[in-house]
Structures are given as structure tokens and as C-alpha cells.
Write a protein that binds this ligand. Structure first.
Ligand code: NAD
Length: 267
């Protein structure tokens, strides 16, 4: 209960109870953290409020990360509001991504310019904006920033396409932000999660094949549960990982370590 006692932070990206962000929020709340949440729009708010009630959280902010800096729903406006109430925060969890579903199938070579820019803006650049905005709230005693990635950033996975390119940019951002913010004791890390059945996960064509392949080939022979991702996040956000930054930690049953699966794992 006490690992996160007297720590407070923001969770971005809860769409419903199956969201990775919610798995992380529960692990942090179970260990004593005080949480605020952001939601993309009114539709998501309705699903978020009952979940917040279940852990007695009260602070929420509407934030669409694609909005420009001066918009009232931008990342920057949200952190200004948080600054007015909390003054300081200890951590931010960035668990959001978007790409046009029509381009999460077929060939990457057909990616449109518009969707390329939009996918990288929402799924990668928003983390850099988040880090810049969170900095003034963490500058006196440091903090921890965490984002979510996937194996498709490192190697190709079916239909991940432009999202793989966005996750590669996100993973590089983690390292550059870790270097920039390290002297202020702000740590920046990523969790590369195995496949989870969420709204975002279902948008990728052929998700069932990826899910089944991953559980049969991973050394642990299963895909991660939300609580397992939550517990890994707890480590990276808490002081347990005080010496860790610029790291991409895989919580995928070990799938990332396999180059060529055993033939009977493919049957
Ligand atoms: P999810 O659908 O539950 O959550 C995605 C969230 O992104 C939603 O809350 C949505 O509101 C938010 N979002 C999208 N566009 C936004 C915008 N413009 N402004 C603000 N918020 C926006 O799906 P999830 O799988 O929990 O996704 C969370 C993170 O985990 C994503 O970065 C995803 O790429 C990553 N991830 C998912 C898997 C998986 O298999 N599901 C695996 C590894 C990594």
C-alpha cells in the first residue's frame, strides 16, 4: 500500500475498464497514489467517471492531444489547470495513440501524408509536449514519465504500419527526453506491452492472429494481463526504479526475445 503513498499524478488514456491506462491506474491506486485523469472527449468521460469513483479519484480534465497549444482542451491548457490546483505532481502516464483504421491494414507503403502526420502527432509528439508541460510541475523534486509502446516499433508486425513508425519515434523520444530531463531528476521510460484486447488494439487488422501467435511463441506462453502491465508500470513510476531512465521495458511474456520460434510452437 505504501510504495506510492503521498505521490500524485496524471493518467492519460483511459477509454474503458479494458484500457492499459486503467490497469496502470488501478495498480498505482492500490499502492496509495492519488490520481487525476484526462479524457479525450465527452463520450469517454461517461465511461471514465464510474471507474474513477471506484478508486475515489475526483480530478479529471478534458484533453485532446491533437489540439493546438492555445486551445482550452490542449495538453498545455490541461497542465496549466493542474498547476493551479496541485502545484506539483510526481508522475504522468501517457497511454494513448491513434491512426486511421483504414491504414492499419494492407501495405505501409500506401500510407497517406495526412495520416502519417496525424498518427505521429497524436501517438508520438504528444508525449514530448506532455513532458515539456509536466516539467514545471516536477522541477523542484523530480518525477517520472511513462509511455506505452509495442514491439512493432522495433520490428515489423502485421498491419501495424504507420503506428510502428510512430512508436519508433516515441521510443527515440523517450531517450532524448531522458537525457534532457535527467539533471532535474525526471525519469522517462516506456513499457512495451504484448497484445491486449482493447479498443485501440482491435483497430489493427488481423489482431486475432497477432494475439494467438504472441501467446504461443512467447516464452511464458501467455499475453500480459492488465494487472501485469500495471505492476511493471508501478515499478517504473515509483522510487523502486530511481536509477532507471531512458529504458523501454518489455512486458510481453518474453516475446521480444524470440527470433525464430520452435516449430511445435507454431502448430
Ligand atoms: P484504448 O483504446 O483503451 O486507449 C487508447 C486511448 O487513446 C483512448 O483513451 C483514447 O481516448 C486515447 N486517444 C486517442 N486519440 C486521442 C487524442 N487525440 N487525444 C487524447 N486521447 C486520445 O487502447 P490501449 O490499448 O489501452 O492503448 C493505450 C496505449 O497502449 C497506446 O499507446 C497503445 O498504442 C499502447 N499499446 C497497446 C497495446 C495493445 O495491444 N492494446 C500493446 C502495446 C501498446
Amino acid at each position: 500500500m505504501s510504495i506510492m503513498k503521498s505521490k500524485k499524478g496524471l493518467i492519460m488514456g483511459v477509454a474503458n475498464e479494458r484500457s492499459i491506462a486503467w490497469g496502470i491506474a488501478k495498480a498505482l491506486a492500490d499502492h496509495g497514489a492519488e490520481l487525476a485523469f484526462s479524457y479525450q472527449n465527452e463520450g469517454f468521460k461517461k465511461r471514465l467517471i464510474p471507474l474513477m469513483d471506484s478508486i475515489k479519484a475526483t480530478k479529471f480534465y478534458e484533453c485532446d492531444v491533437s489540439k493546438d497549444i492555445n486551445d482550452t482542451k490542449s495538453i498545455e491548457s490541461m497542465f496549466n489547470k493542474i498547476l493551479e490546483t496541485w502545484h506539483e505532481i510526481d508522475f504522468v502516464v501517457h497511454a494513448l495513440a491513434y491512426s486511421d483504421k483504414e491504414e492499419l491494414k494492407g501495405k505501409y507503403v500506401n500510407c497517406s501524408r495526412e495520416n502519417f502526420l496525424n498518427s505521429l502527432d497524436i501517438s508520438a509528439f504528444s508525449f514530448t509536449r506532455t513532458a515539456k508541460s509536466a516539467f514545471p510541475l516536477m522541477s523542484s523534486k523530480g518525477g517520472s514519465l511513462l509511455t506505452l509502446s509495442y514491439l512493432g516499433a522495433e520490428r515489423t508486425t502485421p498491419n501495424y504500419n504507420v503506428m510502428g513508425v510512430a512508436k519508433s519515434a516515441l521510443e527515440a523520444s523517450i531517450k532524448y527526453l531522458a537525457m534532457d530531463l535527467g539533471k532535474n531528476n525526471i525519469r522517462v521510460n516506456g513499457l512495451s506491452a504484448g497484445p491486449v484486447k482493447t479498443l485501440a488494439g482491435a483497430a489493427i487488422s488481423g489482431a486475432r492472429h497477432v494475439y494467438r501467435y504472441s501467446e504461443s511463441v512467447a516464452p511464458l506462453k501467455f499475453n500480459p494481463e492488465l494487472n501485469e502491465i500495471g505492476n511493471s508500470a508501478l515499478y517504473l513510476i515509483s522510487d523502486l526504479s530511481s536509477g532507471v531512465t531512458g529504458n523501454i521495458h518489455h512486458v510481453d511474456g518474453g516475446l521480444h526475445s524470440v527470433a525464430i520460434p520452435k516449430s511445435n510452437d507454431l502448430e
